[in-house]
Design a protein around this ligand. Structure first.
Ligand code: SAM
Length: 233
């Protein structure tokens, strides 16, 4: 697989092991020590997770279906997937995120559960194997389109039947620019947010031999995500 630029990736890894971990663990959690903007992002993100679960279940039961959750964060999607009986392989570039996801899974599914996702510290570029379904939510925002192309191609190569991606759409560029200061306040400014045009994502999928089957769009005041489900063309 094409190597994703050292620069961006190292910055992202460092961020999600430190200040970014603290920030996003709160946003993705349930505690009430969040500000208004963070609460709004929490709501938007949870809608994305719900939408993905609907998209996936529409095609039939998830029981026994293999799913790769690339860039799993704190396990927001991996845990509901496991609850539906999916065989989940979850990974993230951040060891802090993976440790949190593992703990959340034990707490929420029960330590004795037979269906705890398999968690691994791994960047998505070095994932291998084959999965029925590959999902990658809110990860592309950390990479420019030039890097995202290779990431999309690699994720598609791991998927047998479907690939689900979410990304922040470029059409909202100006809106987002206004709000980016609020999305990444203080030390969290360490990472840049990259927006992607749906046409660019579609082109990258097409190059990999995939086509878009379903689309979704999730928005709250401070959170925007395009959701696409792709299948082999
Ligand atoms: N997908 C999760 C969700 O929706 O709840 C987490 C989204 S969070 C905004 C982005 C996550 O992507 C972080 O946990 C980060 O560590 C991870 N990440 C960023 N670049 C990555 C890469 N190249 N490979 C794997 N994970 C990556």
């Amino acid at each position: 697989a094409e190597e994703v630029g050292g620069g961006d990736k190292e910055v992202v890894r460092e961020y999600f092991n430190n200040s970014g971990f603290q920030r996003w663990r709160k946003i993705y959690g349930e505690t009430d020590d969040v500000n208004r903007v963070q609460l709004d992002i929490r709501l938007g993100h949870s809608k994305t997770v719900e939408n993905v679960m609907v998209m996936l279940k529409e095609e039939g039961s998830l029981n026994g279906v293999t799913v790769c959750d690339a860039g799993c964060g704190t396990g927001s999607l991996s845990i509901p997937l496991a609850r539906e009986g999916a065989i989940v392989s979850a990974s993230d570039i951040s060891a802090a995120m993976v440790a949190e996801a593992q703990q959340q899974a034990m707490e929420q599914l029960g330590e004795g559960s037979e269906n705890i996702p398999k968690f691994e510290v791994k960047d998505l570029e070095s994932l291998d194997g084959k999965y029925d379904t590959v999902v990658c939510l809110d990860v592309l925002i950390h990479y420019p389109q030039s890097k995202a192309d290779g990431m999309i191609a690699h994720l598609a190569s791991l998927a047998e039947n479907r690939l689900i991606l979410s990304f922040a759409p470029k059409t909202f560029y100006y809106n987002l620019l206004k709000r980016i200061g609020e999305l990444f306040p203080g030390p969290s400014k360490a990472t840049r947010a990259y927006l992607h045009a749906e046409a660019d994502v579609e082109r990258a999928l097409k190059k990999a031999g995939w086509k878009i089957r379903k689309k979704g769009f999730i928005t709250t005041q401070f959170y925007f995500a395009k959701l696409v489900e792709a299948v082999p063309a």
